[in-house]
Design a protein around this ligand. Structure first.
Ligand code: FMN
Length: 205
């Protein structure tokens, strides 16, 4: 049996731990928001510069050279961004990250989360779990995300549409349809286990 004093001490320690963790989480969110604002600002400035450069292009060769010049820095920036995300997540003691662009509801011209997924997966390695959302509408979409390294996916608008159409029953039905589509897609790709989904089942455009 604990004395009243021991109970108070234990509670105090729990509260301190809780607030310590919450503080760490807020710190992580602040850093992520800062990083994303910086990336969005840079993306907008660069888009304006690229448009100006594209408008002053004189022939097809010049256009090809302009595009080729853009590819390398874009790949380097993506890798640097993913590394930053990993460092921030790791510094908060997080177990997992969710690759999401809010379903494209905010800055809809930024990179889609499915494009960012493999880069984040590579940067994180096997140190953190990676989850994904944005544009998941079918079982095939789930399989694509798993193939690109997600452990699992979340669903936003599809869930809301099902709820609006048929209430709770609609949500259950939508999830069931997606699950069955995932089964069929896996069978058509020759997969028995979701863990076997890899980029090998995809072909880039
Ligand atoms: C109506 C609505 C409100 C949302 N509000 C937020 C929000 O407040 N914060 C947030 O991080 N994401 C928000 N999201 C984004 C979702 O959390 C999720 O990332 C997104 O819906 C997934 O993409 P999907 O809708 O294509 O499945 C919202 C999405 C919808 C549809």
């Amino acid at each position: 049996m604990m004395t009243a004093e021991q109970i108070v001490i234990a509670h105090k320690a729990n509260v301190e731990t809780l607030f310590g963790l919450t503080g760490l989480a807020f710190e992580g969110v602040e850093k992520l928001v800062g990083l994303n604002i910086q990336v969005a600002k840079t993306a907008m400035t660069e888009a304006a510069q690229t448009t100006q450069a594209a408008l002053s292009v004189k022939d097809a060769q010049e256009l090809m050279a302009l595009q080729a010049g853009l590819l390398q820095p874009a790949a380097e920036k993506a890798a640097a961004y993913s590394r930053h995300v990993y460092e921030i997540a790791a510094s908060t003691g997080a177990d997992a990250v969710v690759v999401s662009n809010h379903g494209g509801r905010q800055l809809d011209g930024t990179v889609s989360s499915i494009r960012a997924l493999p880069e984040v997966r590579d940067a994180v390695g096997d140190k953190l779990e990676v989850f994904f959302d944005g544009g998941v509408r079918s079982g095939q979409d789930v399989l694509k995300a798993l193939a690109l390294g997600a452990r699992g996916v979340f669903i936003g608008k599809a869930f809301a549409w099902a709820l609006g159409a048929m209430g709770e029953e609609g949500v259950t039905l939508a999830l069931d349809i997606i699950r069955r589509e995932l089964d069929v897609s896996m069978a058509l790709c020759g997969l028995r286990d979701v863990k076997d989904a890899s980029p090998a089942i995809l072909r880039s455009a």
